[in-house]
Design a protein around this ligand. Structure first.
Ligand SMILES: [Zn+2]
Length: 438
């Protein structure tokens, strides 16, 4: 397509150039004539007039001036609410034939345009002879464009989806956790997507409601993608994370092996952070209570309390703390709307007081670790929105927060060697990013 444009404009230039040669030739010719008729002044003027009235010369001048008008035009069109594609094409003052050709192509190819207000469509138009659309660019989402293009040789349209050009940036951030992880991260302008990812990774090891203390802090290196307008359109991985709780670091490095389908966060010794069950089966980033909040301010604890309470706003997503099969998703009396999951022959978990269940969550359904099963509420015997979480081991309710689960997988052999290398690279990158900030 671009090739065609280049070829056409080159041809156009030659054509313009040819016209100039003719004009120069005619001028030289007129000078000769003028010099021949030098003695007859009146004839001389008449001759010049004749020359300029010459039809060929007039045509040449006209063609030169028309070729000086821009042949290719780019129009950035911002869609108004309720506008149709046909309406937009009419706005461009194209011939009806041209409008029909484009519309026919779209309906024949069953292209869904999904237009919305303020969407920016780019049209490239060839103004030679009759106006012709040679390119339409319609953004599909933040990462993709739909292109409808005219093929000069085949005299027909074709369409394709094109990935926008994105630039990968790596970012370092650190902060003390003053009230909640979420607030301290937002204060540093970390995107909520990254905060949720961070909380999810550490959710295996950390109870975000009880384990966070004053002066605890975090460090993070993550990837973000920007488009050509310098807008952040997507996020990549958290390459490095460190959660420093009471002076103790828990460093995690991202490691990927396509061959062995590994894409995870590992501790410095190559141990995966992932465990059978999560300690915080809730979007930890949204937990808003202060440090070391061992007691729910409203509920308090009774001697009979057999689970862990996480106070969080109504509607906060609740995750399956481990993979398994749903034993119950329904009303549990005092527990309100509750979900019970069987993970293996040893462990089951219970989630109570939900405001509602997630879509598709019912008895017999298999869920994967981290999958959203419901939302925080205050149903049943509850005085405020919270999640009541229980771990049952061999039929007995146990304290989920002191439960020692076997460590995750450890990298071995070639993967371990590759991980050590990846770790060095990440550490170098981190230092570079920190130096850049100072
Ligand atoms: Zn409870």
């Amino acid at each position: 397509m671009i090739n065609n444009i280049l070829k056409n404009s080159f041809y156009q230039k030659i054509k313009g150039f040819k016209s100039y040669i003719v004009l120069i030739f005619l001028l030289i010719f007129s000078i000769i004539i003028v010099s021949i008729y030098d003695r007859f002044k009146s004839d001389q003027i008449k001759n010049l007039e004749n020359i300029f009235q010459n039809i060929y010369l007039q045509k040449t001048i006209k063609s030169i001036s028309s070729s000086l008008e821009p042949r290719f035009e780019k129009i950035n069109y911002s869609i108004n609410a309720g506008e149709t594609f046909e309406g937009i094409l009419n706005e461009l003052k194209l011939g009806q034939n041209q409008i029909n050709r484009v519309l026919n192509f779209i309906s024949k190819k069953k292209i869904k345009l999904n237009l919305y207000a303020n969407q920016k469509i780019t049209f490239e138009i060839d103004n030679l002879n009759t106006k012709k659309i040679i390119n339409i660019t319609i953004p599909i989402n933040k990462k993709k464009d739909l292109i409808i293009s005219y093929n000069n040789e085949e005299n027909s349209y074709y369409s394709l989806e094109l990935n926008k050009e994105l630039t990968l940036n790596r970012i370092y951030k650190e902060n003390f956790i003053k009230n909640s992880l979420y607030k301290s991260a937002v204060d540093k302008k970390i995107d909520p997507n990254i905060i949720v990812q961070f909380a999810q990774i550490y959710g295996f090891e950390v109870d975000f409601q009880r384990d966070i203390r004053k002066n605890d802090s975090f460090q993070i290196v993550y990837e973000e993608f920007k488009n050509d307008e310098n807008k952040t359109v997507d996020f990549g991985n958290i390459l490095y994370a460190n959660l420093i709780l009471q002076g103790k670091s828990l460093e995690l490095y991202y490691f990927k092996s396509e061959k062995d389908k590994i894409s995870d966060h590992f501790e410095s010794n190559g141990q995966s952070i992932k465990k059978t069950l999560m300690k915080t089966p809730i979007n930890g980033a949204r937990l808003s209570s202060g440090y070391g909040n061992r007691k729910h301010p409203i509920l308090g604890y009774t001697k009979l309390h057999t689970g862990t309470d996480f106070a969080a706003p109504t509607g906060t997503p609740i995750m399956a703390s481990g993979s398994g099969k749903i034993l119950k998703a329904g009303w549990c009396g005092g527990g309100g709307n509750c979900v019970k999951i069987r993970h293996n022959s040893t462990y089951s978990t219970v989630y109570a007081h939900m405001s509602k269940f997630a879509r598709g969550i019912k008895k017999g359904v298999r869920v994967t670790q981290g999958q959203i099963i419901g939302y925080v509420g205050s149903t049943g015997m509850s005085t405020g929105p919270h999640l009541h979480y229980e771990v049952i081991k061999n039929g007995k309710k146990i304290n989920s927060q002191t439960l020692k689960l076997p460590s995750g997988k450890k990298l071995k052999g070639q993967n371990r060697e590759d991980f050590e290398l990846a770790k060095i690279k990440i550490n170098v990158l981190k230092s570079e990013l920190i130096n850049k900030q100072n």
